[in-house]
Design a protein around this ligand. Structure first.
Ligand code: DAR
Length: 301
């Protein structure tokens, strides 16, 4: 059984490498391959662990031998699941490892926006002692949080929100169930937690964003493409939205968003805690052992 890690592991320390070596003949590639190289590597293995590489339909038409693709990630928008299935390849992912980390990051972004922490930190570094008026905050207690999505992350966010004394509305059963329109109209804070794909691209388009209240804050720890970020940038610039916290910028609007003061950004790090990266490898290892035992789990296709 030949197992490869296809592309530049973020975290794969020696003790874990040894555990994975017990499952088969393991090779770890530390670069990010182009499509041709990816095809060659995948065709020379039975199981491939994938973190970064985009695998569209064309790749699967050319891949031989491979039977299982184990995504290190929760998101799976970068792999054509139907094409993999047609090629007889089962694709698994890791849906749980980063739920708590991501939920906590939602509040890191949110509090950074409500307390204007970027500007406040800069002011103190520039010599300010106590300086109040530009930094008037908004308390979360008593506010309404609208959640879009019903998975583990949304549920973890709802639990934390409860601790802050927030009321939770949701498009699903995570809080009080209401329509998407109602979530957008009634919430002080909206946080999005849905998988990215053709059905959810620009789920929050200009029309839906326009339903948000002027004082609302939007948090996105999903793929940036869930939101029409060009429309979002215009609203933030025009004072039609109080602020946003974004963990992933869309290429089209990145420059517009970067220029805004009422936005707090992070570089895709919502998932990245010590606990989560360890849990990621536990989950990945479970996926592989279950597959090898003939009772695969966390299969997407
Ligand atoms: N987008 C997140 C984070 C992926 C980061 N890389 C990992 N977990 N090695 C996801 O899980 O989809």
């Amino acid at each position: 059984m030949r197992i490869i890690y296809l592309d530049e592991p973020t975290y794969f320390p020696e003790p874990w490498r040894r555990r994975f070596e017990r499952l088969g003949e393991l090779e770890v590639f530390t670069d990010r391959p182009d499509a041709g190289t990816a095809v060659d590597r995948l065709s020379a293995s039975d199981i491939a662990i994938v973190e970064w590489t985009h695998l569209p339909a064309g790749v699967f038409e050319r891949v031989r031998r491979l039977r299982h693709l184990a995504l290190v990630t929760t998101g799976y928008d970068f792999v054509d699941l139907d094409a993999a299935r047609s090629a007889g390849i089962a694709v698994s992912h890791c849906p749980a490892y980063a739920a708590q980390a991501t939920a906590e990051h939602v509040f890191a972004l949110l509090l950074a926006v409500t307390r204007r922490l970027r500007a406040a930190d800069e002011a103190v570094r520039a010599g300010a002692g106590h300086l109040y008026p530009p930094f008037l905050g908004m308390e979360l207690a008593g506010r309404t949080l609208g959640l879009i999505g019903k998975g583990r992350i949304a549920r973890s966010v709802a639990r934390i929100a409860d601790g802050f004394g927030m009321t939770v509305l949701s498009t699903d059963s995570v809080g009080q169930p209401v329509s998407l329109t109602e979530v957008l109209r009634r919430s002080d804070v909206v946080s999005v937690h849905v998988p990215f794909g053709p059905a959810t691209r620009h789920l929050l388009d200009a029309g839906r964003l326009a339903l948000l209240r002027d004082e609302a804050i939007l948090i996105n720890t999903c793929r940036g493409g869930i939101i029409d970020q060009a429309a979002l940038a215009r609203m933030l610039a025009d004072g039609r939205l109080a602020g946003a916290g974004l963990d992933d910028l869309s290429a089209e609007a990145a420059d517009d968003i970067r220029g805004l003061d009422n936005v707090v950004l992070s570089p895709g790090t919502a998932w990245y805690t010590g606990t989560a990266r360890e849990a990621n490898l536990v989950e990945l290892h479970d996926n592989l052992t279950s597959y090898l035992d003939g009772r695969p789990i966390n299969i997407l296709n």
